[in-house]
Design a protein around this ligand. Structure first.
Ligand code: BJW
Length: 249
């Protein structure tokens, strides 16, 4: 039995399935991963330094411009074969009576655009911005913004609706994640470096709660040793292969 067949069999036998996704899943859509070297003007910056409340407080123009350029890029990209396969997996497995959830660290909205329904955005969204004073969120915003930083209607500034280092993940998302980790029989981590917490610890929590765990990544990660199964490969190839194996039954 191939590795793909083994994983398909695990998924077919599961009542509750949870996928954790990271930037690698969107790489084949042309969206750079978080830890890829930045290009052009941005190559002199470290994304970990830009993705903080301190960076926004110190230079809201710079940080707003970076996020708005990324927003424009994402809006011009399309879901890839990996996103489409995950939406198809959800359809196939829920038709058979299982639950299926994607816990995504990605802020690009591509899972929903590919048709996935149960998507928990644990690091927020690039497409929503919120006021620094009232916390009101806005998602129907002009592309691109006229200037940076962007004034909020209530007198504050608009900041991207993402979770920066040192900020708490949204309570509602964390509550959903806890529920999925406690009940899943199979937990699959795809395209994430396993460097950023709390998401990096979720495979271990799922395993401790009884799940079989699988990692799918182009490269080994610091967490690879702890998974029950590891598949080395691109998500846009491996995920469609799993869908095909599930269709064959
Ligand atoms: C492919 C592929 C292909 C490529 N196919 N694969 C415990 C220990 C140590 C530190 C901490 C800890 N707990 C918390 C911390 C601090 C911190 C943290 O984790 N720091 C680490 C750097 C050590 N965490 C936080 O601050 C978090 N908050 C928190 O814990 O709050 C506590 C709190 C409670 C109460 C009050 C206040 C606070 C928040 C973390 C937020 C992370 N935010 C970012 C930015 C989002 C906005 C933006 O996009 O700008 O989220 S950081 C960045 O990393 C982004 C990503 O979602 C996240 C994960 O990255 P990801 O997805 O794994 O991408 P990459 O690039 O790292 O990896 C891509 C992978 O894909 C690679 O492995 C490639 O090989 C692979 N790949 N192509 C398959 N085609």
């Amino acid at each position: 039995m191939t590795q793909i067949d083994t994983i398909a069999k695990l998924l077919l036998g599961a009542k509750h399935v949870a996928f954790l996704t990271g930037a690698g899943v969107s790489a084949e859509s042309g969206i750079p991963t978080f830890r890829d070297a930045l290009e052009g003007y941005w190559s002199k910056y470290d994304p970990e330094q830009l993705a903080t409340p301190q960076a926004f407080a110190a230079d809201p123009e710079l940080v707003s411009r970076w996020y708005d350029e990324r927003r424009q890029k994402v809006l011009a990209c399309q879901p890839n074969a990996g996103h489409v396969a995950l939406a198809e997996l959800e359809r196939l497995l829920t038709e058979r009576g299982a639950t299926f959830a994607i816990l995504t660290q990605n802020v690009d909205g591509l899972h929903r655009r590919a048709g996935s329904k149960e998507v928990i955005e644990v690091h927020g969204s690039l497409l929503r911005w919120r006021s620094t004073t009232s916390q009101i969120e806005y998602d129907d915003l002009p592309v691109p913004f006229e200037s940076y930083p962007v004034p909020a209607p209530d007198g504050g500034l608009l900041r991207p609706g993402v979770v920066w280092f040192g900020e708490a993940l949204p309570d509602d998302a964390l509550a959903r994640v806890d529920e999925e980790l406690a009940r899943c029989d199979v937990f699959v981590s795809v395209g994430t470096s396993g460097l950023v917490y709390p998401a990096a610890g979720w495979s271990l929590l799922a395993k401790r709660a009884g799940a079989k765990t699988v990692e799918i990544n182009r490269d080994p990660t610091p967490m690879s040793q702890s998974f029950d199964h590891c598949v080395l490969g691109q998500s846009g190839t491996v995920l469609p292969a799993i869908v095909e194996a599930i269709r064959r039954g």
